[in-house]
Design a protein. Structure first.
Length: 306
């Protein structure tokens, strides 16, 4: 088992994904190993994990999952690719009713100290086949009501849509306190615009793929960075430019050869967060211990204020 001397917070992991139950593309490949995934995360220095939700049903499921487990927290919101759910009358009587149900889940989670962010929500121009962009824009803005109702920080999604995204955020900036744009892989100019709006930048393996990505990351203010795995996706791959900075090697096996305790090849998990931290420190030429302290303190101040 890998271990890390650096305490870390994974601001985004999709731990309700079926792959942690051993199911891939509706077919079972192995038994559930979620408890072992969590055990490995704790052993690797991941003190807290925010479990991401992207719909009404996922918000319920995520909250139920994190309740009663120390170090686990969740979000409430609707992913841009799922925004057609607001108009699905089998799920709610109206878009307002759907939102009210989200608010109720958030307030339940706040009361027990488990819901810490609104999201994942935003815009995704790459995947409009799942939801038309106009619908995404409408319900991106609509969900700022969640922030107003709860006072929680935002966990934001921005893919290939920096200009319309920042326009909507800027228009609604007085409706929320803090927010992080997760899985950021944009240009320095895009990052600077987000920073000017008081937002933080979330980095994972998808943020560290190319030399251009690393150049952007090297120029971000240290105290505006947060780290995440976006598990089970967005792992740092051997083909990625950032992989040369990885020092912590984690062995894995194909899911077809799974046995209890094995890490599944190609399925990201929170223990890999140390590799994200190593790549960021490496490309910035910074001491990893100092970087980890600043990132940890930043994340604490936004999602876990005392």
């Amino acid at each position: 088992m890998s271990s890390s001397p650096y305490p870390m917070i994974d601001i985004g992991a999709n731990l309700t994904d079926s792959s942690y139950e051993g199911i891939y593309y509706d077919k079972r490949a192995h038994e559930s190993d979620l408890s072992l995934v969590l055990e490995r995360a704790r052993g690797a220095g991941v003190e807290k994990i925010i479990v991401t939700a992207g719909s009404l049903s996922e918000a319920r499921k995520a909250l139920e999952f994190v309740k009663g487990t120390e170090g686990l927290y969740s979000t409430v919101g609707v992913h841009p690719t799922r925004c057609l759910e607001f108009d699905d009358r089998e799920l709610s009587s109206s878009a307002d009713d759907y939102l009210d149900q989200l608010v109720a889940i958030a307030k339940d989670g706040i009361a027990c100290g488990k819901v810490v962010a609104i999201g994942e929500f935003g815009l995704d121009l790459d995947r409009t086949k799942f939801c038309p962009f106009g619908v995404q824009e409408k319900y991106f803005e609509f969900q700022f009501k969640l922030a107003e109702e709860t006072g929680l920080p935002l966990f934001l999604h921005m893919r290939a849509c920096a200009e319309p995204f920042t326009k909507i955020v800027e228009k609604n900036r007085d409706r929320f306190t803090h927010g992080v744009v997760h899985s950021f892989d944009g240009t320095l100019e895009e990052a600077e615009k987000l920073l000017s709006l008081g937002l933080f930048i979330g980095l994972n393996g998808c943020s560290l793929k190319t030399a251009a990505n690393l150049e952007v990351v090297s120029k971000l203010p240290q105290d505006r960075i947060m780290i995440e795995t976006d598990a089970p996706w967005c792992q740092v791959r051997p083909s990625h430019a950032g992989s040369s900075h990885i020092k912590t090697k984690i062995s894995d096996v194909k899911k077809q050869r799974f046995s209890p305790g094995c890490v599944v090849k190609g399925r990201n998990e929170p223990q890999h967060l140390i590799q994200v931290l190593e790549v960021i420190a490496g490309c910035r030429g910074e001491d990893i211990e100092e970087l980890s302290k600043v990132v940890y303190q930043t994340t604490q101040s936004v999602f876990f204020p005392q």
